[in-house]
Design a protein around this ligand. Structure first.
Ligand code: HPA
Length: 240
């Protein structure tokens, strides 16, 4: 079996898939965190890998940038490969004084300027939200490791180079924490398909102060996010 965009065999993906935007980031995550790594997809260079982390099976694959690309890959992972939990690992622009560059951010809800969820939900406003279980586990893991994380709403935009300069102020006024380009679609699909989804973001730039993350933080922050997610989600037997 293969799908139009994934050439993997049935069963090639683990139940938990980490989903960075960049396929080379997926390769880097597999190389640094997984043992017994197998590359399971390279169609369009959208690399996917399965391996083990401390003995537990796990996969990582690129989603590409933006909601249409993420929806193609995630829909196929869920419908054709039996994936149950998807965690997007990404970066965002901060629109809040509470979220400094380099900070980690768990997105409990996602608004959007895209129509993806209205198309899906017959024109109504979908309350696109993360899996509470995944959010709770990753948050608890961060507390256990004393790693500061923010929890709040993210805005998923279709236009990176937007001409709408009032958007950042609007989002700040409504207490959003960050802007990226994928989570609303991921959460909408998860609600319809009944799988668990979460987005873990690192603020890579600040849209109020125009500060950018130093390069060593840009390198390390996704690593911190990956370790939190793997330790928090793959070991169900840890005391609460
Ligand atoms: N806008 C949209 N997506 C992003 C940004 C941004 O400023 N920063 C990182 N991803």
């Amino acid at each position: 079996m293969s799908t139009p965009h994934i050439e993997a065999e049935p069963g090639a993906f683990a139940e938990l898939v980490l989903l960075p935007g960049d396929p080379l980031r997926a390769e880097q995550i597999a190389d640094s965190f997984f043992d017994d790594v197998v590359r399971v997809n390279s169609v369009r260079n959208m690399y996917g890998f399965t391996g083990t982390y401390r003995g537990r099976r796990v996969s990582v694959m690129g989603s590409g940038m933006g909601m249409p690309s993420l929806l193609i890959y995630t829909t196929e992972l869920i419908q054709q490969y039996g994936v149950k939990r998807v965690v997007r690992i990404g970066t965002c622009g901060s629109v809040s004084e509470k979220l400094r560059v380099g900070d980690l951010f768990l997105a409990h809800a996602a608004g959007t300027d895209s129509n993806v969820n209205r198309i899906r939900f017959q024109g109504y406003d979908l309350g696109a939200s993360a899996s509470f279980e995944l959010l709770h586990r990753v948050y608890r893991e961060a507390q256990r490791k004393a790693i500061p994380v923010q929890v709040g709403s993210v805005f998923s935009t279709d236009i990176f180079y937007t001409a709408d300069s009032s958007l950042v102020e609007l989002l700040q006024n409504f207490n959003y924490l960050g802007v990226e380009m994928e989570s609303a679609a991921l959460y909408g699909l998860a609600m319809q398909e009944g799988f668990q989804a979460l987005t873990v973001l690192t603020a890579s730039d600040h849209l109020l102060s125009h500060e950018s993350v130093p390069s060593e933080v840009r390198q390390n922050a996704p690593e911190r996010a990956v370790r939190l997610v793997l330790d928090g989600l793959l070991f169900d037997d840890q005391p609460g």
